[in-house]
Design a protein around this ligand. Structure first.
Ligand SMILES: NC(=O)c1ccc[n+]([C@@H]2O[C@H](COP(=O)([O-])OP(=O)(O)OC[C@H]3O[C@@H](n4cnc5c(N)ncnc54)[C@H](O)[C@@H]3O)[C@@H](O)[C@H]2O)c1
Ligand SMILES: N[C@H](CO)Cc1c[nH]c[nH+]1
Ligand SMILES: [Zn+2]
Length: 431
């Protein structure tokens, strides 16, 4: 069960070892390198080989057919369809507010400048499917892409039921505006999306979470295609004091732990009593959990509890950790929001479990993990847009700027740059 660490031990074991952990994952990176290279060079043949090796079954065709997509609607209950649509509506409403319009920064007679916002043309979304099925992740990835105006949204997910993918994934994909679905998972899917094969066209950007293999593959193809972030095994950090409810805290820690044996959960509290009660709750609640084995491994090996001297100390440790999710289970939670520097998404108060955000409320659940919230953000409409600047100068405006541009060009010893301005000024003078 979750182990206690002093603040110093926590820093050593979970923050300073961030880079050590990376080198321990070398084995995964090496496998990913081999698979990607092979699929890039040998296409379909290599794709089949690795799908067989890592997933057991090679589907007859990669793409989910129109008939399969239609049939999926008949294979799920109306209740699920209604709920998916409600969640989709909330996610859409939240993300719509992120849309930005092309705009002028300057619009005078002599100078015009601005920024064009244009959607990325072809996007691949990865939906994990190794040990669980995530229709919510389909919505979280595809809705912002649709809102941005992406021309073609291509989803990949491992075929878990032999030939087929779960019908709920297919229905969620229809609701969210996915154009094509491929039955491919893991490193193979990322390689096929990045480089294309005889039957699949390469995409411009790959988004979406996945296990350590998927995360390694995404980081390796970055540069040839865009990626959103490294969204690996899930994490939650909870800050709580003696007023918090141990039953709620244990439930929220388990909700993340059950994702993956590699999922990481953290509790920072000023109260020894709350900690011991939470530990008893963890044992009790794990007993009747279908994914007990996964959750218990995560709680045992990837998790930590820390008794802190003050709530300020808790925020200091959390900001160093930069967790994917942060729950603030304190009275007056909003008053603590300005203490948060690094976190993917924050959940405020006793009645806002992370599970609410995972599925339904609106903010995105594809979030930076492994400390990368120090420099990156959760998935948003912005991830599907490119920003192109534009500029116009009149003859008079160029004349005004010419001396300064030439001075800088000469300073950099780039005579060609200086000349590109000077020839225009001289021409103006001759006229
Ligand atoms: N951050 C988020 O938004 C978010 C959302 C949902 C899930 N998640 C995370 O996504 C992950 C899902 O993982 P998953 O495993 O269930 O599904 P997955 O689809 O990410 O990975 C499954 C694939 O991994 C490959 N694989 C498995 N073992 C391998 C091996 N030994 N060598 C090479 N390839 C191998 C297989 O090809 C398989 O298809 C979890 O870590 C979960 O926490 C994150
Ligand atoms: N907690 C995951 C992100 O870390 C998202 C998710 C999907 N389904 C359930 N949870
Ligand atoms: Zn979750």
């Amino acid at each position: 069960m979750i182990r206690n660490y002093s603040p110093e031990q926590f820093i050593n074991n979970f923050i300073q070892c961030r880079y050590k952990e990376k080198s321990m994952q070398e084995e995964i990176v090496n496998i990913a390198k081999e698979v990607i290279k092979s699929i890039r060079l040998n296409g379909e043949e290599a794709l089949k080989e690795y799908v067989k090796k890592f997933d057991g079954i090679v589907p007859k065709q990669w793409e989910v057919t129109k008939e399969e997509r239609e049939l999926a609607w008949k294979n799920i209950s109306n209740e699920i369809v209604v709920t998916l649509k409600k969640a989709a509506k909330n996610i859409k409403e939240f993300h719509k507010k992120q849309l930005q319009q092309s705009r002028f920064m300057d619009l005078s007679e002599d100078i015009i400048s601005g920024q064009l916002f244009r959607p990325i043309e072809r996007v691949g979304i990865y939906v994990p499917g190794g040990t669980a099925c995530y229709p919510s992740t389909v919505l979280m990835n595809a809705i912002p892409a649709s809102l941005a105006g992406v021309e073609e949204i291509i989803m990949t997910t491992p075929a878990r039921m032999g030939e087929r993918i779960s019908p709920i994934l297919s229905v969620a994909a229809d609701i969210a505006g996915v154009d094509k679905i491929y039955k491919i998972g893991g490193i193979q899917a990322i390689a096929a999306l990045a480089y294309g094969t005889e039957t699949m066209q390469a995409v411009d950007k790959i988004v979406g979470p996945g296990n350590a293999y998927v995360a390694a593959a995404k980081s390796l193809v970055f540069g040839d295609v865009g990626i959103d972030m490294i969204a690996g095994p899930s994490e939650v950090a909870i800050i709580a004091d003696e007023n918090a409810n141990p039953t709620f805290i244990a439930a929220d820690l388990i909700a993340q732990a059950e994702h993956d044996v590699q999922a990481r959960t953290f509790l920072f509290t000023t109260s020894e009593k709350l900690l011991s009660e939470t530990k008893l709750e963890l044992i009790k609640q794990c007993e009747c959990l279908p994914r007990r084995e996964i959750a218990e491994k995560s709680l045992e090996f990837q998790s930590a509890s820390v008794i802190v001297d003050s709530i300020d100390m808790a925020f200091d440790l959390v900001n160093q950790l930069a967790p994917e999710h942060l729950e603030i289970q304190l009275d007056q939670p909003l008053t603590y929001l300005n203490k948060v520097k690094n976190a993917g998404s924050v959940f405020l108060g006793y009645h806002t479990p992370e599970a609410l955000g995972d599925y339904f409320a609106g903010p995105n659940h594809v979030l930076p993990t492994g400390g990368t919230a120090r420099f990156s953000s959760g998935l948003s409409v912005d991830d599907f847009m490119k920003k192109t600047t534009f500029l116009y100068y009149s003859k008079a405006a160029l004349e005004n700027a010419s001396k300064d541009v030439v001075t800088l060009a000469n300073q950099e010893k780039l005579a060609g740059h200086a000349r590109a301005v000077q020839v225009r000024i001289q021409e103006n003078k001759q006229m």
